[in-house]
Design a protein around this ligand. Sequence first.
Ligand code: FE2
Ligand code: FE2
Length: 393
Amino acid sequence: MALRLNSTVVLPSHRIPFKHRTFRSPRVSMASTLHSISTDTGNTKKPYCPPREVHVQVTHSMSPQKIEIFKSLEGWAEDNVLVHLKPVEKCWQPQDFLPEPESDGFYEQVKELRERAKEIPDDYFVVLVGDMITEEALPTYQTMLNTLDGVRDETGASLTSWAIWTRAWTAEENRHGDLLNKYLYLSGRVDMKQIEKTIQYLIGSGMDPKTENNPYLGFIYTSFQERATFISHGNTARLAKDHGDLKLAQICGTIAADEKRHETAYTKIVEKLFEIDPDATVMSLADMMKKKISMPAHLMYDGKDDNLFDHFSAVAQRLGVYTAKDYADILEFLVGRWKIENMTGLSGEGRRAQEFVCGLPQRIRRLEERAQGRAKELSPVPFSWVFDRSIKI
Ligand SMILES: [Fe+2]
Ligand SMILES: [Fe+2]
């Protein structure tokens, strides 16, 4: 049974996304209250998909006339966006960082990898697995980009700059999940079958980024996310180094560098939108931030833990891999990157959106500090990814 209140539909669910817990909005609070009385059907009736909560999904919120903007930017995108792709022949491949199966030294290289992995604690692996699973749900992200009006790949082999970007971006990203997956498999430290189940569940669930087929919202979302993954992989690199595994540090650092390049491309697109349509763009940014940027893997499930994403996020927060402070920092960075504070000539609504986004990083930080002050010590949680061993959250 689905329950409806205001614009929120609560599907049978026993999970509240972490983002809703951290920065609770009135609308979300109501959803969460309803959530507690919603019927729990578990995952037995729909074994292909975990139980979850989604909001009413707004579609096609960009007016059809604005599609022309993206058509007219075709040539610009070719000169300014596609240049941030790397030619395949110049790209690293997962095999560059992994034991060589054709070589006599293969077993020795695997042994060395496993020796290094022994020195790394379980909580680090939980975060690395979560990051890997996030990367592995790539089909969902390509789908998401192809929901966007005016820029989608209409045929699967479309020759528009937007479509060329999306396919080549996907192809670059595909190396991230491949590399982390193979590394984790060889490490022997994690329960691969549980991880593979989580990936299957996650791709089956999709994601709910609230981008409304609207490329203004979509490219703001991807700008934010590329920076979030840049930060997160950068931090797993730093921690791997601290644990003495320089090869793993190099793996995570190399992936982080790709994310940075993608961030540059997406933020450039939004910068262009700010230049040609500042009112709509600043209002789109305010809209995304009011809805909150959900993490791409927010619907993750492993068949066991109904709060898996919350638990994974809590470990990432505790280890400093991706934190609420990072969320505020990313927004502050983007506000600076797009020079929003100095924008002039906006409409009244545009000015209100400008004021809102410029003040938001500080507000998020204050809320977070207060939440930290109230936070209670939570008991450790078993993670199926590390054979149900308990991890402090
Ligand atoms: Fe990635
Ligand atoms: Fe990325």
